[in-house]
Design a protein around this ligand. Structure first.
Ligand code: G1P
Length: 299
Protein backbone atom coordinates (compact mmCIF):
# COMPACT_ATOMS: atom_id res chain seq x y z
CA UNK A 1 0.00 0.00 0.00
CA UNK A 2 1.19 3.46 -0.82
CA UNK A 3 1.38 5.87 2.04
CA UNK A 4 -0.22 9.10 0.87
CA UNK A 5 -0.80 12.52 2.35
CA UNK A 6 -2.10 15.78 1.00
CA UNK A 7 0.77 18.24 0.70
CA UNK A 8 0.76 22.00 0.52
CA UNK A 9 3.21 21.72 -2.38
CA UNK A 10 1.67 19.80 -5.26
CA UNK A 11 4.23 20.04 -8.08
CA UNK A 12 7.60 18.36 -8.45
CA UNK A 13 10.21 18.90 -11.16
CA UNK A 14 12.73 16.19 -12.05
CA UNK A 15 15.66 17.38 -14.19
CA UNK A 16 16.58 14.35 -16.32
CA UNK A 17 18.39 15.94 -19.26
CA UNK A 18 21.96 15.01 -18.22
CA UNK A 19 24.11 12.65 -20.26
CA UNK A 20 25.27 10.13 -17.66
CA UNK A 21 28.88 10.09 -18.87
CA UNK A 22 30.12 8.68 -15.55
CA UNK A 23 28.30 5.41 -16.17
CA UNK A 24 29.29 4.68 -19.75
CA UNK A 25 28.94 2.31 -21.52
CA UNK A 26 25.76 1.38 -19.57
CA UNK A 27 24.20 4.73 -20.45
CA UNK A 28 25.18 4.75 -24.12
CA UNK A 29 21.64 3.89 -25.22
CA UNK A 30 19.80 3.74 -21.86
CA UNK A 31 18.92 7.00 -20.05
CA UNK A 32 20.76 6.91 -16.72
CA UNK A 33 17.48 7.62 -14.93
CA UNK A 34 16.22 4.20 -16.01
CA UNK A 35 19.07 2.30 -14.38
CA UNK A 36 17.30 0.07 -11.87
CA UNK A 37 17.87 -0.60 -8.23
CA UNK A 38 16.93 -4.27 -8.53
CA UNK A 39 13.57 -3.89 -10.35
CA UNK A 40 12.79 -0.18 -9.90
CA UNK A 41 14.36 2.50 -12.12
CA UNK A 42 15.87 5.34 -10.09
CA UNK A 43 13.50 7.91 -11.60
CA UNK A 44 10.56 5.85 -10.37
CA UNK A 45 11.94 6.01 -6.83
CA UNK A 46 11.95 9.81 -7.15
CA UNK A 47 8.38 9.91 -8.49
CA UNK A 48 7.25 7.59 -5.66
CA UNK A 49 8.85 9.91 -3.09
CA UNK A 50 6.96 12.85 -4.63
CA UNK A 51 3.64 10.97 -4.52
CA UNK A 52 4.22 9.72 -0.98
CA UNK A 53 5.02 13.31 0.00
CA UNK A 54 1.60 14.46 -1.24
CA UNK A 55 2.48 15.75 -4.73
CA UNK A 56 0.29 14.87 -7.66
CA UNK A 57 1.97 16.67 -10.56
CA UNK A 58 5.45 15.76 -11.80
CA UNK A 59 7.27 17.50 -14.64
CA UNK A 60 10.30 15.70 -16.07
CA UNK A 61 12.85 17.85 -17.92
CA UNK A 62 14.27 15.69 -20.70
CA UNK A 63 16.62 16.08 -23.64
CA UNK A 64 17.21 14.33 -26.94
CA UNK A 65 17.46 10.56 -26.49
CA UNK A 66 15.40 10.45 -23.27
CA UNK A 67 12.15 9.31 -24.91
CA UNK A 68 12.22 6.00 -23.00
CA UNK A 69 11.52 7.88 -19.76
CA UNK A 70 7.99 8.73 -20.91
CA UNK A 71 7.53 5.19 -22.24
CA UNK A 72 8.34 3.80 -18.80
CA UNK A 73 5.50 5.73 -17.16
CA UNK A 74 2.90 5.11 -19.91
CA UNK A 75 0.24 2.46 -19.44
CA UNK A 76 0.87 -0.67 -21.53
CA UNK A 77 -2.56 -2.25 -22.20
CA UNK A 78 -1.18 -5.23 -24.20
CA UNK A 79 1.30 -6.15 -21.49
CA UNK A 80 -1.32 -5.67 -18.77
CA UNK A 81 -3.82 -7.90 -20.64
CA UNK A 82 -1.16 -10.60 -21.06
CA UNK A 83 -0.18 -10.54 -17.39
CA UNK A 84 -3.86 -10.57 -16.33
CA UNK A 85 -4.61 -13.54 -18.63
CA UNK A 86 -1.69 -15.47 -17.14
CA UNK A 87 -2.67 -14.64 -13.58
CA UNK A 88 0.63 -12.86 -12.88
CA UNK A 89 -0.91 -10.49 -10.37
CA UNK A 90 2.27 -9.20 -8.73
CA UNK A 91 3.82 -8.28 -12.09
CA UNK A 92 0.51 -6.74 -13.20
CA UNK A 93 0.37 -4.57 -10.09
CA UNK A 94 4.01 -3.54 -10.59
CA UNK A 95 3.32 -2.51 -14.19
CA UNK A 96 0.05 -0.72 -13.38
CA UNK A 97 1.36 1.20 -10.40
CA UNK A 98 4.29 2.75 -12.29
CA UNK A 99 3.90 6.48 -11.77
CA UNK A 100 0.42 6.04 -10.26
CA UNK A 101 -0.80 8.92 -8.14
CA UNK A 102 0.78 11.71 -10.18
CA UNK A 103 0.05 13.33 -13.52
CA UNK A 104 3.35 13.12 -15.41
CA UNK A 105 4.42 15.82 -17.85
CA UNK A 106 7.53 16.20 -19.97
CA UNK A 107 9.32 19.17 -21.40
CA UNK A 108 12.70 19.50 -23.10
CA UNK A 109 15.86 21.37 -22.32
CA UNK A 110 17.12 22.10 -25.84
CA UNK A 111 20.79 22.48 -24.87
CA UNK A 112 22.84 21.44 -21.82
CA UNK A 113 23.37 24.72 -19.98
CA UNK A 114 23.24 23.54 -16.38
CA UNK A 115 20.82 22.60 -13.62
CA UNK A 116 19.57 26.18 -13.12
CA UNK A 117 18.81 26.43 -16.82
CA UNK A 118 17.01 23.05 -16.79
CA UNK A 119 14.79 24.30 -13.96
CA UNK A 120 13.96 27.44 -15.91
CA UNK A 121 12.35 25.11 -18.49
CA UNK A 122 9.68 24.37 -15.83
CA UNK A 123 8.60 27.98 -15.50
CA UNK A 124 5.54 27.86 -17.73
CA UNK A 125 4.28 24.61 -16.20
CA UNK A 126 4.86 25.59 -12.58
CA UNK A 127 3.55 29.16 -12.80
CA UNK A 128 3.45 30.94 -9.44
CA UNK A 129 3.20 27.85 -7.21
CA UNK A 130 5.97 26.68 -4.90
CA UNK A 131 7.48 23.45 -6.25
CA UNK A 132 9.87 20.63 -5.42
CA UNK A 133 13.00 19.70 -7.36
CA UNK A 134 14.37 16.16 -7.19
CA UNK A 135 17.69 15.14 -8.72
CA UNK A 136 17.15 11.49 -9.69
CA UNK A 137 20.87 10.59 -9.38
CA UNK A 138 20.50 11.20 -5.66
CA UNK A 139 18.65 8.18 -4.35
CA UNK A 140 17.28 8.79 -0.87
CA UNK A 141 16.14 6.03 1.45
CA UNK A 142 14.61 7.21 4.69
CA UNK A 143 12.11 6.34 7.39
CA UNK A 144 9.77 8.98 5.88
CA UNK A 145 9.51 10.43 2.34
CA UNK A 146 12.22 13.09 2.03
CA UNK A 147 10.11 15.84 0.43
CA UNK A 148 7.55 15.44 3.21
CA UNK A 149 10.35 15.98 5.74
CA UNK A 150 11.36 19.18 3.91
CA UNK A 151 7.78 20.37 3.70
CA UNK A 152 7.36 20.00 7.45
CA UNK A 153 9.99 22.77 7.78
CA UNK A 154 8.79 24.91 4.87
CA UNK A 155 7.01 28.24 5.16
CA UNK A 156 5.40 30.03 2.22
CA UNK A 157 7.82 32.48 0.57
CA UNK A 158 10.90 30.51 1.62
CA UNK A 159 12.93 27.89 -0.23
CA UNK A 160 14.35 24.75 1.37
CA UNK A 161 17.40 22.59 0.63
CA UNK A 162 18.04 19.07 1.97
CA UNK A 163 21.46 18.84 3.61
CA UNK A 164 23.69 16.29 5.30
CA UNK A 165 27.08 16.70 6.98
CA UNK A 166 30.10 15.64 4.89
CA UNK A 167 33.82 15.67 5.74
CA UNK A 168 35.58 18.84 4.62
CA UNK A 169 37.60 16.90 2.01
CA UNK A 170 34.34 15.93 0.25
CA UNK A 171 32.91 19.45 0.09
CA UNK A 172 34.18 20.12 -3.44
CA UNK A 173 31.52 17.71 -4.78
CA UNK A 174 28.51 19.64 -3.46
CA UNK A 175 26.71 22.89 -2.85
CA UNK A 176 27.80 23.87 0.68
CA UNK A 177 25.66 25.95 3.04
CA UNK A 178 26.70 28.22 5.90
CA UNK A 179 24.13 28.34 8.74
CA UNK A 180 22.79 31.77 9.72
CA UNK A 181 21.56 30.64 13.10
CA UNK A 182 20.89 27.77 15.47
CA UNK A 183 19.40 24.52 14.29
CA UNK A 184 15.83 24.09 15.57
CA UNK A 185 14.83 20.48 15.24
CA UNK A 186 15.98 19.47 11.78
CA UNK A 187 16.00 22.98 10.25
CA UNK A 188 18.25 26.04 10.26
CA UNK A 189 18.33 29.31 8.29
CA UNK A 190 21.05 29.67 5.65
CA UNK A 191 23.38 32.66 5.41
CA UNK A 192 25.27 31.60 2.30
CA UNK A 193 25.61 28.75 -0.18
CA UNK A 194 28.50 28.07 -2.56
CA UNK A 195 28.69 25.55 -5.40
CA UNK A 196 31.57 23.07 -5.13
CA UNK A 197 33.99 25.17 -3.04
CA UNK A 198 37.71 24.42 -2.91
CA UNK A 199 38.84 22.74 0.35
CA UNK A 200 40.58 25.98 1.32
CA UNK A 201 37.23 27.81 1.25
CA UNK A 202 35.66 25.46 3.82
CA UNK A 203 36.20 25.96 7.54
CA UNK A 204 35.70 23.21 10.10
CA UNK A 205 36.07 19.44 9.84
CA UNK A 206 32.55 18.92 8.53
CA UNK A 207 30.43 20.91 6.08
CA UNK A 208 26.68 20.95 5.39
CA UNK A 209 26.30 19.62 1.85
CA UNK A 210 23.19 20.02 -0.28
CA UNK A 211 21.70 16.74 -1.47
CA UNK A 212 19.38 16.64 -4.44
CA UNK A 213 16.02 17.58 -2.93
CA UNK A 214 14.73 21.16 -2.86
CA UNK A 215 11.51 23.09 -2.28
CA UNK A 216 11.58 26.31 -4.26
CA UNK A 217 9.52 29.46 -4.20
CA UNK A 218 8.36 30.43 -7.71
CA UNK A 219 10.40 33.65 -7.37
CA UNK A 220 13.36 31.40 -8.15
CA UNK A 221 12.50 31.60 -11.86
CA UNK A 222 12.96 35.36 -11.95
CA UNK A 223 16.23 34.95 -10.05
CA UNK A 224 17.60 32.19 -12.32
CA UNK A 225 16.80 34.23 -15.40
CA UNK A 226 19.48 36.69 -14.32
CA UNK A 227 22.07 34.23 -13.00
CA UNK A 228 25.31 34.33 -14.98
CA UNK A 229 27.10 31.06 -15.85
CA UNK A 230 29.04 29.91 -12.77
CA UNK A 231 30.96 26.71 -11.84
CA UNK A 232 31.73 24.67 -14.98
CA UNK A 233 30.39 27.49 -17.21
CA UNK A 234 26.83 26.38 -16.37
CA UNK A 235 23.83 28.22 -14.95
CA UNK A 236 23.85 26.86 -11.42
CA UNK A 237 20.79 26.40 -9.24
CA UNK A 238 23.10 27.05 -6.30
CA UNK A 239 23.75 30.62 -7.52
CA UNK A 240 19.98 31.23 -7.57
CA UNK A 241 19.71 29.77 -4.07
CA UNK A 242 22.49 32.12 -3.01
CA UNK A 243 20.31 35.11 -3.85
CA UNK A 244 17.54 33.54 -1.73
CA UNK A 245 19.98 33.01 1.17
CA UNK A 246 21.19 36.62 1.02
CA UNK A 247 17.54 37.76 1.11
CA UNK A 248 17.04 35.66 4.29
CA UNK A 249 14.66 33.29 2.49
CA UNK A 250 16.53 29.97 2.53
CA UNK A 251 16.17 27.10 5.04
CA UNK A 252 18.33 23.97 5.24
CA UNK A 253 16.89 20.72 6.57
CA UNK A 254 19.08 17.92 7.89
CA UNK A 255 16.73 15.16 6.78
CA UNK A 256 16.58 11.65 8.21
CA UNK A 257 17.78 9.07 5.74
CA UNK A 258 20.59 7.81 3.57
CA UNK A 259 21.65 9.17 0.22
CA UNK A 260 23.42 7.42 -2.63
CA UNK A 261 24.93 9.01 -5.73
CA UNK A 262 23.89 6.49 -8.37
CA UNK A 263 25.62 8.56 -11.06
CA UNK A 264 28.84 7.20 -9.56
CA UNK A 265 29.74 3.53 -10.08
CA UNK A 266 30.58 2.72 -6.45
CA UNK A 267 27.60 4.78 -5.28
CA UNK A 268 25.43 2.70 -7.59
CA UNK A 269 26.68 -0.59 -6.14
CA UNK A 270 26.07 0.69 -2.59
CA UNK A 271 22.58 1.84 -3.54
CA UNK A 272 21.63 -1.55 -4.98
CA UNK A 273 22.82 -3.37 -1.84
CA UNK A 274 21.21 -0.90 0.56
CA UNK A 275 17.95 -0.89 -1.35
CA UNK A 276 17.99 -4.70 -1.25
CA UNK A 277 18.44 -4.57 2.53
CA UNK A 278 15.62 -2.03 2.76
CA UNK A 279 13.22 -4.26 0.80
CA UNK A 280 11.43 -6.82 2.96
CA UNK A 281 11.26 -9.29 0.04
CA UNK A 282 15.06 -9.40 -0.28
CA UNK A 283 16.47 -8.37 3.09
CA UNK A 284 16.59 -11.80 4.84
CA UNK A 285 18.32 -13.65 1.96
CA UNK A 286 20.63 -10.74 1.15
CA UNK A 287 21.72 -10.41 4.79
CA UNK A 288 22.52 -14.12 4.87
CA UNK A 289 24.52 -13.80 1.65
CA UNK A 290 26.52 -10.80 2.89
CA UNK A 291 27.21 -12.55 6.22
CA UNK A 292 28.35 -15.63 4.30
CA UNK A 293 30.71 -13.56 2.11
CA UNK A 294 32.18 -11.90 5.21
CA UNK A 295 32.65 -15.26 6.94
CA UNK A 296 34.44 -16.75 3.94
CA UNK A 297 36.86 -13.85 4.15
CA UNK A 298 35.83 -12.56 0.73
CA UNK A 299 36.14 -9.13 2.28
C1 G1P B 1 24.22 19.10 -7.97
C2 G1P B 1 24.15 20.49 -7.32
C3 G1P B 1 24.95 20.49 -6.01
C4 G1P B 1 24.44 19.40 -5.09
C5 G1P B 1 24.51 18.04 -5.81
C6 G1P B 1 23.89 16.93 -4.97
O1 G1P B 1 25.55 18.88 -8.39
O2 G1P B 1 24.64 21.45 -8.22
O3 G1P B 1 24.81 21.74 -5.38
O4 G1P B 1 25.19 19.36 -3.91
O5 G1P B 1 23.82 18.08 -7.07
O6 G1P B 1 24.03 15.69 -5.59
P1 G1P B 1 25.95 17.72 -9.44
O7 G1P B 1 26.12 16.47 -8.65
O8 G1P B 1 24.83 17.61 -10.44
O9 G1P B 1 27.24 18.16 -10.06
Amino acid sequence: MRESRVGRIRKAVIPAAGMGTRLLPATKALPKELLPLIDVPVIQLAVDDAVQSGMDDVLVIVSRGKELLADHFDRQPDLEALLAARGKTAALEAVRSTGAGAALHYTRQPEPKGLGHAILMARHHVGSDPFAVMLPDDVMLGPRPILAQLEDCWEPGRSVVAVMPVPRAEAFRYGIVTPAGEKRGAAFPVEDIVEKPAVSEVSGDMAWAVMGRYLLDADMFGVLEHVAPGAGGEIQLTDGLRAMAHAGRLTAVAYEGERFDVGDKLGYIKAVISYGLYRPDFAPDLKRYLADLAQRGTF
